[in-house]
Design a protein around this ligand. Structure first.
Ligand code: PLP
Length: 376
């Protein structure tokens, strides 16, 4: 199989799995227990917290482990409005992941003010345009990089233009792929997930800047300094630590490798397939993603393209959600101004450190055949 869907999830690294196993077998203690077995689990968690914090230039007390990016996003948005009562409104953008857009729809339904900013044709928000919303009592939540197109948002400029807001960024796709520094970006909150960087599924983190009076959204025990109740998943946290360590240490070589392959993919697809539109910017994009659509999309069937690729042993995806059996256009491409048909038949390739040149050539070959077949 050729796996070109690394934005959906990645293969867990062998060394990550090895590091986790003892914490699933003999080291089964509850980190809140005071005897030796529990204390060892506590030490493992706190060591992971320290390392993760240092990788994003934060303090360990600023890291809250969660079950993943979705929980980190829900927690920050809802706690800011409700439990922590730090803000009365949230500004975000139309191209955010559903793990932002759906909780926002829910809080809007509950009566909070939500505003979704437009993006340009490459999916970027306009910091100067957003500047008019600078005010205390506002959360600005803008993803670092988009999961469908790889487009990177101008977070530093946003911070400069909106100095008074609480700034949150969903960094699930960018962390470990490109440099990420909470101080440089002036972030108050950020969300992370391990399974996009060859770590385990079901674990992530929320960065909460020190000094912010942040209260738990999920109540129960006093874990995570009363900011997230629930027995800590020691093995997953250790797995996250190892995956994050390697991703950050190797990010330059991984980025160089995937960027070279994506450039080749971009070039070869253009050579072989007419009427192609590339939706991933050449500047301001993650190195490993390529999103494309077709100018004659009304003649093509997006779902069938993916199924035929699958039958040829190629895993890739698009941003369209399949709701009750019908394809919905990608909300990201729609916000970027692509017509409905095009936003329904897009294809996203997302590569990894393990992808090869031979795989790129094979994918181009198969894709060109499928599209030519559909057009004739
Ligand atoms: N945010 C973005 C940008 C994502 O791409 C994803 C996963 O696809 C999530 C959040 C959700 O993260 P998790 O799967 O860890 O809940």
């Amino acid at each position: 199989m050729i796996y070109f869907d690394n934005s959906a999830t990645t293969k867990i690294d062998e060394h990550v799995l090895e590091a986790m196993l003892p914490w699933l077998r003999e080291e089964y203690g509850n980190a809140s227990s005071t005897y030796m077995l529990g204390r060892r689990a506590r030490v493992a968690i706190e060591s992971a917290r320290e390392e993760l914090a240092s990788l994003i230039n934060a303090h360990p007390a600023e890291i809250v482990f969660t079950s993943g990016g979705t929980e980190a996003n829900n927690t920050v948005l809802k706690s800011c409005l409700v439990e922590s009562a730090l803000a009365q409104r949230i500004i975000s953008s139309k191209t955010e992941h559903h793990a932002i857009l759906h909780p926002l729809a829910e809080v809007e339904r509950q009566g909070y003010e939500v505003l979704l900013a437009d993006v340009d044709e490459w999916g970027r928000v306009n910091p100067a345009e957003l500047a008019k919303h600078n005010s205390k009592g506002t959360v600005l939540s803008i993803m670092h990089a988009n999961n469908e197109t790889g487009c990177i948002q101008p977070l530093q400029e946003l911070r400069e233009q909106l100095p008074d807001v609480f700034l949150h960024s969903d960094a699930v796709q960018s962390f470990g792929k490109i440099p990420f520094d909470v101080q440089e970006m002036g972030l108050d909150f950020a969300s992370f997930s391990a399974h996009k960087i060859h770590g385990p599924k079901g674990i992530g983190a929320l960065f909460v800047r020190k000094g912010i009076d942040f209260k738990a959204h999920q109540q129960g025990g006093g874990q995570e300094r009363n900011r997230r109740a629930g027995t800590e998943a020691v093995a997953l946290i250790v797995g996250f630590q190892h995956a994050a360590r390697t991703a950050v240490a190797e990010h330059e070589s991984r980025a160089a490798h995937t960027a070279r392959l994506v450039a080749l993919l971009r070039h070869e697809l253009r050579q072989r397939i007419p009427q192609l539109r590339i939706n991933t910017p050449t500047e301001y994009a993650l190195p490993h993603i390529l999103n494309l659509s077709f100018l004659d999309a009304e003649k093509l069937d997006g779902e069938a393209i993916l199924q035929m690729m699958d039958m040829k042993g190629i895993a890739c995806s698009n941003g369209s959600a399949c709701v009750s059996g019908t394809m919905q256009p990608s909300h990201v491409l729609a916000a970027m101004g692509r017509p409905d048909a095009e936003a329904k038949a897009a294809v996203r390739f997302s590569l990894s450190k393990d992808s090869t040149e031979a795989e790129v050539y094979r994918v181009v070959e198969v894709m060109a055949e499928i599209i030519a077949g559909m057009r004739s």
